[in-house]
Design a protein around this ligand. Structure first.
Ligand code: NAD
Length: 499
């Protein structure tokens, strides 16, 4: 059996803790590999390597650091098929979707080629008599990223690309469910010219995470995962004096106004609700049609589309809409929530619970489910399901529709489908959610903008990638300088002001 260890000091090292987690092939249900779960001493080794490598890396000029990112982008293109295959084999998503996962990370690497521009400071000549003032952005030192299973290529790159381009060294703790691609990314960074020790991958579970949160050498922690863990990581990291940005779960609503193009809205809902089996933090999980007529038309068009979704293993090629869930445990949890929804009185229009994939009966597959008449008090509305389940909540009018995402605890993404500019503008302005789509169901910002949710979808103040990625992984130093030939005024006992 293939056993995945860690990547420390530029090479693969075996785990020594004696603890392992199973890695499944979600399509077959088989255990295909094991991953070592790091102990504190293994984390120490990674941090020691990272700390030793960081000063020289920070002293490497930013253009040279950017060239490593350039070469990394080339290597990602070269190995795209290999990366996508490894990703699908452990995660279960389709190959085109796995390539998308790699490419959305690659785009952040492309953005980080602009590090010299992003890191340029500010300068004021003559801020006072003979005084110049300038600020510079400096790396923090050793920083870390803790990432979820659902984007094992993209999210690690969201974290380590800006951090490393800024001159930090990095400890990545990827999800223990699909660690192969993060390990491959670390190898590629070395091949791209990154000095050993600047990027380390420590595989593990809570023990490795707690080790990161408590380690005095680690200056900042970027986290993405479920909300309870995001909040825990944020609290413990900040209590230990670290910078933290922690992104959590979601319940993304899409409002469909009576004037929306219904075919477009249905296409959007099918893709955004069921793509990647709903295992996306930006998936649409609640559709809110406004008015009875809109709701009836929506259900009428949506139900046959959900019934005819094509489900299969990634090996079936491009003609598959989505694959299995990541683990048997995830499958049982999602089915349990659907059972609960039925019990609580929602109308299950399409029931995918009994779907079985011929030839893959032990795989973690489930069919698409569509609920109508869902209400705010039901657990399928309150909780993030993270499966191929879409809930329709009917709203009488725009204000009632707007109130739903506004009063939900999560605030990651949302969308409105309408032809009316006033309504769209009002929605974008008033909604208390971090990422908004107007006739776009999954408004994931591009690499040069920033990604982040509000309310209980995000803890901390700066977003991921874009300019915020550089801000998070650097700190500002401001220098006020005067040379001896400047004006000499003698001792000054009052605070200097610009009189
Ligand atoms: P998860 O919270 O189970 O795991 C995330 C990370 O935390 C993993 O590295 C895991 O090893 C670690 N972890 C798990 N339990 C822990 C514990 N008790 N103590 C310390 N560390 C722990 O999340 P997941 O199931 O891997 O990912 C799915 C979740 O991530 C969903 O809620 C999804 O919405 C969210 N997500 C959010 C975003 C975003 O940007 N907001 C993006 C992608 C995914």
């Amino acid at each position: 059996m293939n056993v995945i260890g860690h990547f420390i000091g530029g090479k693969h090292v075996e785990g020594t803790s004696g603890r392992y987690a199973d890695i499944f092939n979600p399509a077959t249900g088989e255990i295909q590999a094991k991953v070592s779960l790091a102990s504190q001493s293994e984390l120490e080794a990674a941090v020691a390597n990272a700390a030793a490598a960081q000063p020289a890396w920070a002293a490497t000029n930013p253009q040279r650091r950017a060239r490593v990112m350039m070469r990394f982008v080339e290597l990602l293109h070269r190995d795209m098929d290999k990366l996508a295959e490894a990703l699908s084999r452990e995660h279960g998503k389709t190959l085109p979707d796995a390539k998308g996962d790699v490419i959305r990370g690659l785009e952040v690497a492309e953005f980080c080629i602009g590090a010299p521009q992003m890191l340029k400071g500010e300068f004021t000549e003559g801020a006072g008599p003979g005084i110049d003032m300038y600020s510079m952005r400096q790396p923090l030192g050793v920083v870390a990223g803790i990432t979820p299973f659902n984007f094992p290529a993209m999210i690690p790159m969201w974290k380590f690309c800006p951090a490393i381009a800024s001159g930090n060294s990095f400890i990545l703790k990827p999800s223990e469910r699909d660690p192969s691609v993060p390990m491959m990314l670390a190898e590629l960074m070395i091949e791209a010219g990154l000095p050993a020790g600047v990027l380390n991958v420590v595989n593990g579970d809570k023990e490795a995470v707690d080790g990161i949160l408590d380690h005095p050498e680690i200056q900042a922690v970027g986290f993405v995962g479920s909300t309870p863990i995001a909040q825990y990581v944020y609290s413990r990291a900040t209590a230990n004096g670290k910078r933290a940005q922690c992104f959590g779960g979601a319940k993304n609503h899409m409002i469909i106004m009576p004037d929306a193009d219904m075919d477009q809205a249905v296409d959007a809902l099918v893709g955004a609700g069921y793509g990647a089996a709903g295992e996306r933090c930006m998936a649409i999980s609640v559709a809110v049609p406004v008015g009875e007529e809109t709701a009836n038309a929506l259900i009428e068009k949506l139900a046959p589309r959900v019934e005819s979704l094509k489900i299969g293993p990634y090996t079936a090629g491009n003609d598959v809409d989505f694959g299995p869930l990541v683990t048997g445990q995830a499958l049982a949890r999602v089915k349990g929530l659907v059972d609960q929804g039925v019990k609580e009185g929602a109308k299950l229009v399409v029931d995918g619970r009994n779907f079985s994939m011929q030839g893959y009966e032990n795989g973690f597959f489930m069919g698409g489910c569509l609920f109508d008449n869902v209400t705010k008090d039901m657990s399928i509305y309150k909780e993030e399901i993270f499966g191929p389940v879409l809930s329709v909540v009917r709203a009488k009018n725009y204000d009632e529709a707007l109130d739903l995402p506004m009063s939900h605890e999560y605030g990651n993404g949302t969308a409105i489908f309408t032809r009316d500019g006033d309504t769209a503008r009002d929605f974008a302005s008033r909604i208390n959610i971090g990422m908004v789509g107007i006739n776009v169901p999954i408004p994931v910002p591009l690499a040069y903008h920033t990604f982040g949710g509000w309310k209980r979808s995000g803890f901390g103040d700066l977003n991921q990638h874009g300019p915020d990625g550089f801000r998070f992984y650097t700190r500002t130093k401001t220098v006020t300088s005067r040379w001896p030939s400047g004006v000499k005024e003698g001792a000054e006992f009052s605070i200097p002001t610009m009189r």
